[in-house]
Design a protein around this ligand. Structure first.
Ligand code: COA
Ligand code: ZN
Length: 309
C-alpha cells in the first residue's frame, strides 16, 4: 500500500497528565493552568489536561478540579481527563471534563500495580461510568495500557488486546487508545496490530500512545500512520511515564513529532515555533533537562551563519 502523507495527523497533547504525573516536584496549580492555556493556543484539538485518580497514587495531579475549572477553554479543543473508576468519573464530570479516558492494562499484573484491581474489576467499574454519563454530552475513550509489552510479563498476546478493545466497544466508548506504557513496541508489531484493529475501530476513533523508552517512539508512529492510524498522543518536551511501571520514561516528544510531520509534509495544524518556545520553559518549571531533541538542535530551517574564514 502506498501511503498518502497529505492526510492529517491529529496530535493529542498529554503533558499536563502523563507528563506531570511522574514528576517529583510539585507544579503549582497556576503553572499547570498556564501550561494548558498556552497549549490551547498551539493548535491542538485534544489535550489531556489531568487525571482524577487517588491523590495517594498520583500526588502530582491532586489538584485536577482547580486545574479544569481554571483553564480558558478554546473552542474546538476537547479537554480530556484520565479516570480509573466511578469516583474519578464523578470528579471529572463535576470539573467539566469533555471526555473521560478510561484506563486498564492488557497485562493483569500491571493493572494490579497501577489500579489495584483486576482487569475484570476495571471493566465493571467502567460499566458504572457508562451508566453515569448516559444521556450527557461527555465522551468516553478506552485505553489499553501495556498493549505492546508489559514490564512484568513481557510480550502481550494480540488476542488479549483485541478482547479488551471489544469489551470497550461493547461498553459504547467513542474512542480506543492502544498504549505502549514502557516503550516495548516495535514498528513491525505496531503495523500488524493497527491493521488488525482498524477492521474493528474506525480510523477517527483510534489513538496510538507511544513512549520513547527504547528510542523507537517516532518509528512506531510512522509504522502506525502507514497502517492507517491518524491519531497520536505526545507530550511536550518528551515528558511522561507511569509511576507504577518500572523503567518507565517519557512519551514521544510533541515538538519532535510535529517536526517529523512538517519535514514529511504531513499536516498537523500545530504551531511548531510556539510549541518550541513553550518547551523551552519546561526546564525552569521542572528543574531538569528534557529528552526532546528539536528544541536543542533547532528546526532544519533554523540555519547557522557560515564561518567567516
Ligand atoms: N479520586 C480520588 N480519590 C479516590 C479515587 C479517585 N478516583 N478513587 C478512590 N479514591 C480514594 C477513596 O475514596 C479512598 O479514600 P480514603 O482512604 O480517604 O477512604 C482511597 O482512595 C482508597 O480507595 P480504594 O477504592 O480502596 O482505592 P485503592 O487504594 O484500591 O486504589 C485506585 C485504586 C484506582 C483509586 C488507585 O490505584 C489509583 O488512583 N490508580 C491510578 C494510578 C494512575 O493514575 N496511574 C497513571 C495513569 S495510567
Ligand atoms: Zn503513557
Amino acid at each position: 500500500m502506498i501511503t498518502d502523507y497529505s492526510q492529517r495527523l491529529i496530535v493529542q497533547e498529554v503533558s499536563p497528565r502523563d507528563g506531570l504525573q511522574i514528576e517529583p516536584v510539585w507544579v503549582e496549580t497556576a503553572d499547570k493552568i498556564n501550561l494548558i492555556n498556552q497549549l490551547s493556543s498551539c493548535g491542538f484539538s485534544r489535550i489531556e489536561a489531568g487525571s482524577f485518580v487517588s491523590p495517594k497514587a498520583i500526588p502530582a495531579l491532586r489538584d485536577g478540579e482547580e486545574v479544569f475549572q481554571g483553564i480558558q477553554r478554546h473552542a474546538g479543543v476537547i479537554y480530556v481527563a484520565l479516570i480509573p473508576n466511578l469516583k474519578g468519573a464523578q470528579r471529572a464530570i463535576q470539573a467539566n471534563a469533555d471526555e473521560l479516558n478510561l484506563v486498564l492494562s492488557a497485562s493483569q499484573s500491571h493493572n494490579q500495580a497501577n489500579m489495584r484491581m483486576t482487569r475484570e474489576q476495571s471493566l465493571t467499574a467502567f460499566g458504572e461510568v457508562v451508566s453515569l454519563v448516559r444521556g450527557s454530552t461527555v465522551l468516553l475513550n478506552g485505553t489499553v495500557a501495556t498493549t505492546f509489552g508489559c514490564p512484568f510479563e513481557g510480550r502481550i498476546e494480540e488476542d488479549v488486546v483485541m478482547r479488551l478493545v471489544d469489551a470497550y466497544l461493547e461498553l459504547g466508548v467513542q474512542g480506543v487508545t492502544l498504549a505502549d506504557t514502557t516503550g516495548m513496541a516495535n514498528p513491525r508489531q505496531v503495523y500488524d496490530l493497527v491493521q488488525r484493529i482498524l477492521d474493528r475501530v474506525p480510523t477517527t476513533a483510534l489513538t496510538l500512545h507511544f513512549h520513547n523508552t527504547r528510542g523507537l517512539g517516532l518509528s512506531n508512529v510512522l509504522a502506525a500512520y502507514e497502517a492507517g492510524a491518524r491519531r497520536f498522543d505526545a507530550s511536550l518536551g518528551g515528558l511522561g511515564g507511569c509511576p507504577f511501571a518500572p523503567g518507565a520514561s517519557g512519551n514521544i516528544c510533541t515538538e519532535d513529532l510535529v517536526n517529523l510531520c512538517t519535514e514529511m509534509g504531513i499536516p498537523t495544524g500545530i504551531d511548531l515555533p510556539h510549541l518550541l518556545a513553550l518547551s523551552r520553559t519546561l526546564p525552569l518549571l521542572l528543574g531538569h533537562d528534557m529528552p526532546g531533541q528539536v528544541v536543542k538542535a533547532g528546526r532544519n530551517c533554523d540555519l547557522h551563519p557560515r564561518p567567516s574564514h
